[in-house]
Design a protein around this ligand. Structure first.
Ligand code: KIV
Length: 271
C-alpha cells in the first residue's frame, strides 16, 4: 500500500517519507478557492501558491510585480479550500532579498495571515541567511534553483539553465547548501534532466522538477498551463491535459447566442 493512501494530511515529513519509498510527489499551482478545492479533492500532494499568479491571474509579463498583500490574498483563498494537501506559498520578489529580518517578517505575515504550511524562496548561497532566520522561527522553507523567474532580468531569457559546467557546478553546490541549511524540499526549474537526476540522487530532501526530467522525486506544473487556459506559453516540458481556453470560449459563445436568441432562459429556467 502506498503511503499516499494512508495519509490524511500531507506534511513535510510525509514528503520525506515519499522520497525514501521512491513514491513520486505530485504538485500543482493554485491561486483561488475553487481551483484549490478541485486539486485537493483529486488528491494532489502539494499546492503551490506560486508567484506565477503575477502572470496567470494578474496578466503581468513577469513574476516581479506581485505584492506580498496579493500573495496573501491568493494563499488564504487556497488554504480555505484545502483539507489534505500541503500548501506552500512563494515569497514574492523584493520581500526577502534585502535582509534576513525583512525576509522573516514577510514569511511570518504569510504564515499568520493565510494559514499556509511553508514558504518557497528562489536562490542559493546568497539567501542562506534569510532562510536560516525563517527556519529559526519554525517556518518550513522550500528552495528553488535553476531558472528562477524572479531573476529574469539578470538572465535576460527563459532558456534552459545550467547547461554550462560552471553554472551546473554552482547549482549542485547551492542545492547542498539549501539542504544543509534546512530546506525541506527543492524545486529545480528548466535544467538538463541528467543534472536534475544527479541532484535528486545526492540530496536526502525531495527534489521537485519543472522541465527537469523524470529522475527527480516529483513534478510541478502551473495549473493554467497544464489545463490549456494559457495559450501563448508552450515550452517542451509542458504537457497540456486540456484545452480549457477553447472549451470555456465555446461555452461563452453558446451562452451569448442563447441570450441573444431568447433561447435562454426557457420555461423551466424561470419562476
Ligand atoms: O511560481 C510558480 O508557479 C513556480 C513554479 C513554476 C515552480 O515557482
Amino acid at each position: 500500500m502506498s503511503i499516499y493512501d494512508k495519509v490524511r494530511k500531507v506534511t513535510t515529513h510525509v514528503l520525506n517519507e515519499m522520497k525514501l519509498r521512491n513514491e513520486k510527489i505530485a504538485m500543482l499551482t493554485a491561486y483561488d478557492y475553487s481551483m484549490a478545492r478541485i486539486l485537493d479533492n483529486a488528491g494532489i500532494d502539494v499546492i503551490l501558491v506560486g508567484d506565477s499568479a503575477s502572470n496567470v491571474m494578474a496578466g503581468y509579463d513577469s513574476t516581479l510585480p506581485i505584492t506580498l498583500n496579493e500573495m496573501i490574498y491568493h494563499a488564504s483563498s487556497v488554504v480555505r479550500a484545502t483539507k489534505r494537501a500541503l500548501v506552500v506559498v512563494d515569497l514574492p520578489f523584493g520581500t526577502y532579498q534585502g535582509n534576513s529580518k525583512e525576509a522573516l517578517s514577510s514569511a511570518i505575515r504569510i504564515m499568520k495571515e493565510t494559514g499556509a504550511h511553508a514558504v518557497k524562496m528562489e536562490g542559493g548561497q546568497e539567501i542562506k541567511e534569510s532562510i536560516e532566520r525563517i527556519l529559526s522561527a519554525g517556518i518550513p522553507v522550500m528552495g528553488h534553483l535553476g531558472l528562477t523567474p524572479q531573476s529574469i532580468h539578470k538572465f535576460g531569457t527563459y532558456v534552459v539553465r545550467a547547461r554550462e559546467e560552471a553554472e551546473a557546478q554552482k547549482l549542485v553546490e547551492d542545492a547542498h547548501i539549501l539542504e544543509e541549511t534546512g530546506c525541506f524540499a527543492l524545486v529545480l526549474e528548466k535544467i538538463p534532466a541528467t543534472l536534475a537526476g544527479k541532484v535528486a540522487g545526492e540530496l536526502k530532501i525531495p527534489v521537485i522538477g519543472i522541465g527537469a526530467g523524470s529522475k527527480v522525486d516529483g513534478q510541478v506544473l502551473v495549473l493554467h498551463d497544464m489545463l490549456g487556459i494559457t495559450q501563448e506559453f508552450s515550452p517542451r516540458f509542458l504537457r497540456r491535459y486540456h484545452n480549457l481556453f477553447a472549451e470555456i470560449k465555446g461555452s461563452v459563445e453558446s451562452y451569448i447566442t442563447d441570450v441573444r436568441s431568447v433561447d435562454f432562459p426557457n420555461e423551466k429556467e424561470q419562476y
